[in-house]
Ligand binder design. Structure first.
Ligand SMILES: *[C@@H]1O[C@H](CO)[C@@H](O)[C@H](O)[C@H]1NC(C)=O
Ligand SMILES: *[C@@H]1O[C@H](CO)[C@@H](O)[C@H](O)[C@H]1NC(C)=O
Ligand SMILES: *[C@@H]1O[C@H](CO)[C@@H](O)[C@H](O)[C@H]1NC(C)=O
Ligand SMILES: *[C@@H]1O[C@H](CO)[C@@H](O)[C@H](O)[C@H]1NC(C)=O
Ligand SMILES: *[C@@H]1O[C@H](CO)[C@@H](O)[C@H](O)[C@H]1NC(C)=O
Ligand SMILES: *[C@@H]1O[C@H](CO)[C@@H](O)[C@H](O)[C@H]1NC(C)=O
Ligand SMILES: *[C@@H]1O[C@H](CO)[C@@H](O)[C@H](O)[C@H]1NC(C)=O
Ligand SMILES: *[C@@H]1O[C@H](CO)[C@@H](O)[C@H](O)[C@H]1NC(C)=O
Ligand SMILES: *[C@@H]1O[C@H](CO)[C@@H](O)[C@H](O)[C@H]1NC(C)=O
Length: 814
């Protein structure tokens, strides 16, 4: 092969030099053409130089928000119900009646920002104009940064420039109705540079302090609105049932009551009085319905849950959101009990509208209507899919998200009489009302004064305070913690020097920053644990990576073990990659073998005591390591500002006060464990729901009740006094549970969370915690879908699972 190609080449050469006779003086051949080798220049389109197909997003937007240290916002009355109602204002009905079918349908769909993006990574005005002129589109979602834009994260200024440009086009073309932009601002406006990121919802839930859910929502709303975006796809009202699920971190834990309280406060924070307050956004409660319990733990895969359990456990957080005035709701991916949610009359009309009485706007999740045809095989065509969703449900907007199929199909279905105009008007009415309520008809543009407040020190401190209260101390033998400044501590793990690994998915990008970007986008907008420890101790930190974020060996383990031997104490950071949704699917909760091995070696080959610092989305199985460890601090994902709070907790600047918002499994088969399992069931996790303690010894009085008998309409008072016999001030959460010891007809749960409160107790101080319990709360949904009360003895337990738990027994009467 080689030889023949060589000889071929020689042949070529001899042809090329055929004019050369050998002895005469050399004359360059001028009449021979060179071989043609095409090279490709920069890609251009209509004269525009396009971005290469693959490039690293290091080209940062040089602009930053001013981040004024403090600010104050106009205040509006936020008490009472201020959510959407059945009534559509006359002016909106009048406006709707002037619209053509095409203009109405345009209001009913949204496409993602990539549809507005030129190949140069910048806004393509021609494309934008087409969406208005031809499709009369009413909404966009998402960020250029996820679609090959030029900046990996845009400043609020650049965002406002973009949304204002689009809004101006919307107001002058097509139906001339302002657009509504939607963004996944889930805990902080995570797609806007400099916006204050908070801990993830499962972190906020661990604080057992409602205030943090509210403040996080409020700051997120303001920063989102600064960008000219009026709609956040948050909060999430799903339950953390399957611990394998990639989206654990987006929920407020596994308990219906805890999730309800957090969601309610989050909605209030996001929306406030959103019909008047232009610093707030519309919340979108998601994902309706029962998305958090996929049978196999994979995202978007089927759930199978009987209706009575859906009403008992999964509905309350949504009802709480609606009760708090949630303006919009998002339906859930995939199937529930074998039915496609996106076309289920049962779920999206009977349950959502009739039973729960929700009057606001409903949007689909990404591409879900079409997925009936492309993926779930429940429709014969896209048009059939649109027909089923429109005919059977009350969906108002399709997040299509990247084509015009919805509009084309729906226009056809109305023209041939398959879908009546009344169905279209039902949705368009709700959509226009939402836009009016958000003030888009008076002030469609972003408010410049809000831009300056993005990243304010005031907000950063709120984020840090939420992080402080979210840290859950689960083990602390022989007072391993707090660390003393003079101790030689070795820190191990990649997330010790990383802000992104404290933050989870949905930040900067859908799947978080890439390895190439690293932490660069947090430059100045966060602190690593390393920086936090330096700030607290004033010393350089002894830190080694050890393993990478996937748990693979990175440094020589013999060397690391030797370093551990020389230290007084070791702190291992456990974590995982920033992911969400399907890219975050995993097959096991077991820790990576390499990482496990290193900790085991330090445990068995050294005498150095060590702690595990869990900074993760999912509760990975600790195995023997939980026994070996002297201390365990569960940080969940405290966000990029989590570094200082973690360091402060480690060095005893405050006493931890978080509690587990979900059950931490001990064995792999427990990946679907929840604490509200039937009373006689096994409940043997690594860490039970609601557990956690501080550095102080808090002692409790007995529980007192105003009556031992509980009747309907006659709630009782339950009180307990907590005393701080330690030496640090203690923020103390107190959690009240009930257990119905005997319940005819329907097996009682081990425990049900009924109330919680958190108060500061200074050293030596005693503080009373007072709750009420009603018989109505003790009702449950039976299989005939009746909510009934069954008499029987009931234990009231305070702080179940903790050493200082207290219990008393009362009688519940029908
Ligand atoms: C902008 O969009 C138009 C219409 O879709 C398209 O023809 C053009 O190539 C796009 N320009 C760039 C630079 O991508
Ligand atoms: C956006 O920024 C560009 C470049 O500075 C400017 O020409 C344009 O007027 C701005 N548009 C808006 C709506 O702010
Ligand atoms: C759609 O509605 C029809 C008619 O009421 C009903 O037979 C069908 O079951 C519904 N489909 C779903 C998925 O709800
Ligand atoms: C469409 O909905 C109507 C009720 O609004 C129902 O009578 C009809 O059966 C549905 N059609 C299909 C094919 O689902
Ligand atoms: C109505 O139009 C839709 C979309 O063009 C089509 O799929 C459907 O078959 C039509 N139905 C009737 C009854 O003509
Ligand atoms: C921490 O990581 C940054 C990059 O994000 C790097 O510049 C720095 O040197 C690291 N710190 C230490 C102590 O290695
Ligand atoms: C906490 O205080 C109580 C009452 O003083 C005491 O009985 C108990 O041993 C203390 N526990 C710890 C862990 O110090
Ligand atoms: C419960 O406490 C409240 C507030 O202290 C009090 O007004 C009420 O009378 C108490 N109820 C009972 C049944 O003791
Ligand atoms: C219920 O409370 C009593 C004390 O009032 C206690 O003895 C009993 O063990 C408790 N039962 C359960 C199942 O917690």
């Amino acid at each position: 092969m080689k030889i023949s190609s060589l000889s071929f080449c020689i042949a070529c050469y001899s042809v090329a030099l055929s004019g050369y006779t050998g002895s005469a003086a050399y004359v360059p051949p001028s009449n021979i053409s060179p071989p043609l080798i095409d090279v490709v220049g920069p890609r251009t389109q209509n004269g525009v130089v396009c971005l290469p197909n693959s490039f690293s997003l290091q080209d940062l937007d040089p602009m930053r928000p001013k981040s004024v240290p403090t600010y104050s916002l106009p205040e509006f009355d936020e008490s009472g119900y201020i959510g959407p109602t059945e009534k559509i204002d006359d002016d909106m009905i009048e406006l709707m009646n002037t619209l053509t079918l095409e203009e109405k349908v345009g209001q009913m769909f949204q496409v993602h920002a990539g549809m507005l993006l030129g190949c140069d990574g910048l806004l393509n005005i021609t494309a934008a104009e087409e969406w208005f002129d031809k499709w009369k589109i009413g909404s966009f979602l998402e960020t250029f940064a996820n679609q090959g834009g030029r900046w990996d994260i845009s400043s609020p200024q650049r965002w406002a420039n973009l949304t204002n440009t689009i809004q101006q086009l919307a107001l002058t073309r097509g139906s001339k109705i302002p657009i509504i932009w939607g963004l996944d601002s889930i805990r902080g406006a995570n797609y806007i540079k400099g916006a204050t990121m908070f801990g993830t919802p499962h972190s906020v839930a661990a604080s057992f302090n409602r205030e943090h859910a509210y403040v996080c929502g409020k700051v997120t709303a303001k920063d989102t609105r600064a960008a000219g975006v009026q709609w956040a796809f948050a909060p999430v009202a799903d339950l953390n049932v399957n611990k394998l699920w990639s989206r654990n971190f987006e929920n407020f834990g596994e308990d219906p009551y805890l999730a309800s309280e957090m969601v309610k406060n989050s909605v209030k924070g996001f929306q406030g009085n959103y019909k008047k307050d232009r610093t707030r956004v519309a919340a979108s409660i998601k994902h309706f319905f029962a998305y958090g319990a996929p049978v196999n733990g994979k995202d978007q895969e089927p759930r199978s849950i009987p209706m009575n359990e859906l009403l008992e456990f999964y509905a309350p957080a949504f009802e709480a959101a609606f009760g708090a005035g949630a303006a919009t709701v998002m339906e859930a991916y995939g199937t529930l009990n074998g039915q496609e949610v996106v076309s289920s009359r049962n779920i999206l009309r009977d349950l959502l509208r009739d039973r729960m009485g929700f009057h606001g706007m409903m949007v689909t999740d990404w591409g879900e209507i079409n997925a009936q045809y492309y993926k779930h095989r429940t429709a014969f065509s896209v048009s059939d899919a649109v027909f089923q969703s429109m005919n059977n449900t009350s969906i108002d907007m399709s997040m299509v998200a990247s084509d015009t199929s919805f509009a084309e199909s729906l226009i056809g279905l109305v023209k041939n009489g398959s879908i009546p105009m009344s169905r279209i008007d039902e949705s368009v009415g709700r959509l226009l009302q939402l836009k009016k309520d958000l003030g888009l008809f008076e002030q469609p543009y972003s408010d410049l004064s809000l831009i300056d407040t993005v990243g304010s020190a005031q907000d950063v401190e709120a984020s840090r305070q939420a992080a402080r209260e979210s840290l859950v101390l689960l083990k602390n033998e022989e007072d391993f913690l707090p660390l003393k400044p003079e101790e030689k501590v070795l820190f191990i793990g990649p997330n010790i020097n990383s802000t992104r690994f404290m933050s989870g998915g949905w930040n900067i990008h859908w799947q978080g920053p890439s390895d190439l970007e690293g932490d660069v986008v947090y430059d100045g907008y966060g602190d690593t644990i390393l920086l936090g420890v330096e700030k607290v101790t004033g010393n350089k930190v002894n830190w080694v990576t050890g393993y990478d974020i996937d748990g693979k060996m990175k440094d020589n383990y013999d060397v690391v073990v030797r370093m551990a031997r020389k230290a007084d104490k070791v702190i291992f950071g456990f974590g995982e990659r920033t992911t969400t949704e399907i890219p975050g699917d995993i097959n096991t909760l077991n820790l990576p073998k390499d990482q496990y091995k290193l900790v085991e070696r330090v445990a068995l080959e050294t005498k150095t005591p060590f702690a595990l610092l869990l900074v993760q989305n999912r509760p990975f199985i600790l195995g023997e390591l939980s026994g070996y460890a002297d201390a365990i601090l569960n940080c969940n994902l405290p966000g990029p500002y989590g570094g200082l709070p973690i360091a402060e907790a480690l060095y005893g600047k405050f006493s931890p006060s978080g509690r587990m918002p979900y059950t931490y499994p001990k064995m792999e088969y427990q990946n679907r464990v929840t604490y509200f399992t039937p009373i006689w069931n096994e409940y043997d996790p690594e860490f039970a729901f609601g557990t956690g303690f501080g550095y102080n010894n808090i002692t409790y009085s007995d529980v007192t009740v105003s009556s031992k008998d509980l009747y309907k309409g006659k709630p009782i008072n339950v009180s307990i006094t907590a005393t701080n016999v330690g030496s640090l001030p203690q923020l103390e959460p107190v959690i009240m549970y009930t257990t119905q010891l005997i319940r005819r007809e329907y097996v009682p749960e081990r425990l049900r969370l009924r109330a919680f409160d958190k108060k500061l107790i200074n050293p030596g101080q005693s503080v009373s915690f007072d709750f009420t319990l009603s018989a109505e709360e003790m009702m449950f949904w039976n299989v005939d879908l009746e909510r009934i009360l069954a008499e029987g003895p009931v234990n009231i337990t305070i702080n179940a699972g903790n050493e200082n738990a207290k219990v008393t027994t009362i009688n519940l009467h029908e």
